[in-house]
Design a protein around this ligand. Structure first.
Ligand code: TRH
Length: 391
């Protein structure tokens, strides 16, 4: 634990409203827990849908309005609630706007609380210019500051708990721990040389094509670990051992895991298909090759976000290897070849073959990328400093 301040710990209120899926809560919970556990802050996470947090943290009781979860207070966010007191630091995640009654109380507080808007993660260039910018409130004597996660020193960095990478390295260098993990997850450990692939996706990607493609490539067995939801339902037909090609492919539909156990799954697999924001970052900390399924929107924004990240991620990869990574990502997200013709399955199978053939190089790159990211301070550290020193 970092040096504890002498005075009473700062009180932080974090606000999170669930738009859809798990990421908003996944990110908010991680930040709340880290501020409490590693920075000694008194943290309260206000959440409008506790059932989502209970999926990630089974110890959470969604029926309770206020509860302590591992040293972090979790409170149900209701409209029009009258806050007993306003925190020293207020963080709204992803522009979720604290309730008006709370904002009014912030304006009436002396000294004014520091107000942060934790933004969505993007690798796009403009993020550096927007990070830490102030936004005076048009109605009230309050100023909000934008805090952008990111991949470069001129951003707020990425969430990374202390000892996360140490725990990862311990697990990845301990065959016994890995066998125990697999046995607890699917009842047995994978045979030597098995290619273990995790799948956490939205409904779009060519999952069946991937499963079929796995059967075609000569080599050892393939285990496809399909997370509850789109991946598991799409591969239901493939579930169980199947041998209709040179390669044994086994599909394991799995339950939604507690958040920390999901990290271990990413560490245990050889290739991880992830999505959204939080699993995207966790896959990078797992230091294994990964494929990103971007949250689909019709405005083409996903391609810009993916392109911006790939430009950074592949910058130090030889052109041929960068091409392999890019082809698989674009095929997986069915990036249209042209407006009228979206990419179809065959491309994914081909791109997967190229990716697997270059797995050695791509794995080394994933480890180097993770090491590079880890050389920077983590987001919670940057945020506490920003609040203490800048504001
Ligand atoms: O669930 P997501 O699709 O969430 C996304 C992001 O929030 C994105 O920013 C937002 O635009 C979009 O929703 C609307 O994917 P993400 O971000 O990877 O969050 C998933 C969380 O679920 C993450 O914290 C990991 C966790 N998880 C588990 O705890 N157990 C599991 O078994 C799995 C598969 C995931």
């Amino acid at each position: 634990m970092r040096a504890m301040p002498s005075t009473a710990p700062d009180r932080w209120d974090l606000f999170c409203r669930v738009v859809d899926n798990f990421g908003d809560v996944g990110v908010s919970w991680r930040l709340a827990r880290q501020l409490a556990a590693e920075h000694g802050k008194q943290v309260r996470l206000w959440l409008d849908d506790l059932t989502v947090l209970a999926k990630l943290r089974p110890e959470v009781d969604p029926s309770r309005d206020v509860q302590d979860v591992g040293g972090t207070e979790v409170a149900r966010l209701r409209e029009g609630f009258t806050p007993e007191e306003v925190a020293d630091v207020v963080v709204e995640t992803f522009g979720c706007d604290p309730p008006e009654s709370y904002v009014q109380a912030m304006a009436a507080r002396t000294p004014k609380p520091r107000w942060i808007n934790l933004e969505y993660l993007s690798a796009e260039e403009w993020v550096e210019g927007s990070h830490a910018l102030p936004s005076p409130n048009p109605r009230l004597p309050l100023t909000k500051h934008f805090f952008f996660p990111g991949f470069t020193p001129r951003t707020g960095g990425l969430l990374r708990e202390a000892e996360l990478l140490e725990r990862r390295d311990d697990f990845q260098s301990d065959p016994g721990a890995q066998r125990a993990f697999w046995t607890s997850l699917v009842g047995r450990a994978p045979p030597e040389g098995t290619l273990k692939v995790s799948l956490f996706t939205y409904a779009g990607p060519p999952l069946e094509s991937l499963a079929r493609a796995c059967r075609q490539h000569p080599g050892g067995p393939v285990w496809l670990i399909a997370s509850e939801g789109a991946a598991a339902s799409a591969l239901k037909a493939f579930a169980g051992p199947a041998r209709s090609g040179p390669r044994d492919v086994e599909v394991f539909p799995i339950q939604f895991l507690p958040q920390d156990a999901y990290d271990v799954l990413l560490w245990a697999c050889d290739v991880n298909f992830v999505r959204g924001e939080d699993s995207f970052v966790r896959a990078q900390w797992a230091a294994r090759p990964f494929v990103w399924n971007i949250y689909p929107t019709d405005d083409g924004a996903p391609w810009v976000k993916m392109g911006a990240f790939l430009a950074r991620y592949c910058a130090r990869l030889e052109r041929a290897h960068a091409g392999t990574v890019t082809s698989l990502w674009e095929a997986w997200n069915r990036r249209p070849v042209s407006e009228s013709s979206p990419r179809e399955g065959p491309e994914a199978a081909e791109a997967w073959a190229g990716f697997v053939a270059r797995r050695g190089v791509v794995s080394d790159h994933a480890r180097a990328w993770s090491r590079d990211l880890a050389s920077r301070r983590d987001l919670a550290d940057e945020l506490v400093d920003f609040v203490d020193k800048v504001l």
